[in-house]
Ligand binder design. Structure first.
Ligand SMILES: C[S@@+](CC[C@H](N)C(=O)[O-])C[C@H]1O[C@@H](n2cnc3c(N)ncnc32)[C@H](O)[C@@H]1O
Length: 249
């Protein structure tokens, strides 16, 4: 049983059967989807939407773009991204937790959103190469042991179109006390191997994979940091056009 399952007293098997597909991953799943939304509202003092929009601004998500949100949870970020890209764009959220996907789908249906949600894991994305203009990841990487974080970077590179960009926001900011606290939480999930999320190490790994303009930035709230990078433009996909009619870069 995982830490989250112990914390929530819920193994998720009922809901997994209801939501169908079970996704294999060593990532730390969250099964308490309803409580998760309430927790975020409380934890952000009601400013969740504002913080999500800040991330979309930073990632410069715009009309007609194809966006993938990896580890989308209950879909709040993806739903806001769908408003930005409009009907000419596309937003897909993936998460291996069937409860998270079920809740994200219900929220999308309630709001009439065109965002789609699929059960899948970052390290094995069910999409062809060069499929997206933007990959977003919010508060998710610390749920993965180090080898999966690196496999995830490989997958992000594979599914991004040339000139496409990724934007990762996660714990890693703040002073030494906060940093030690988040490192402690991560090491409880994954053992010493993870020992927190090193943004500078991840940035080096992104550069080693050919990403350009790789930058680590502070983010608000201060407990968070942001890592972004751009897929090299050198690899062209002949004949592929964006859904808004513009030629892919
Ligand atoms: C703290 S939540 C963040 C959810 C959402 N992105 C947000 O910002 O609220 C972390 C999410 O990562 C998901 N997760 C765990 N392992 C994963 C994996 N291998 N690939 C993708 N998502 C994963 C969990 O199920 C959970 O929904």
């Amino acid at each position: 049983m995982t830490l989250h399952e112990r914390a929530s007293g819920h193994t998720g098997t009922e809901a997994e059967r209801r939501a169908g597909k079970k996704v294999a991953t060593e990532g730390e799943l969250i099964h308490w989807a309803g409580a998760y939304d309430r927790l975020l509202q409380i934890g952000t003092f009601g400013r969740e939407t504002r913080i999500r929009r800040r991330m979309l601004d930073a990632a410069r998500v715009g009309e007609g773009e194809r966006v993938l949100d990896v580890g989308c949870g209950t879909g709040t970020l993806a739903l806001l991204a769908a408003e930005r890209v409009g009907r000419g764009g596309e937003v897909v959220g993936i998460d291996p937790s069937p409860e998270m996907i079920a809740r994200a789908r219900a929220k999308a249906a309630r709001r009439g959103s065109h965002a789609r949600f699929e059960p899948a894991a970052l390290e094995a994305l069910p999409f062809e190469a060069a499929r997206f203009d933007v990959v977003l990841s919010s508060l998710m990487l610390h749920h993965l042991p180090r080898p999966l974080q690196l496999a995830g970077l490989d997958e992000i590179r594979r599914v991004l179109a040339p000139g496409g960009r990724f934007c990762i926001v996660d714990f890693g900011g703040g002073g030494p006390v906060l940093h030690r606290l988040t490192a402690h939480v991560a090491s409880r999930h994954h053992g010493d191997e993870a020992a927190g999320l090193s943004f500078s190490a991840l940035a080096d790994e992104a550069r080693a994979r050919g990403f350009e303009a790789v930058t680590v930035r502070s983010f608000r709230p201060r407990a968070l940091r942001m890592l972004e990078g751009v897929h090299p433009r050198g690899e062209r996909r002949p004949g592929v056009r964006r859904s808004n009619g513009a030629a892919a870069p």
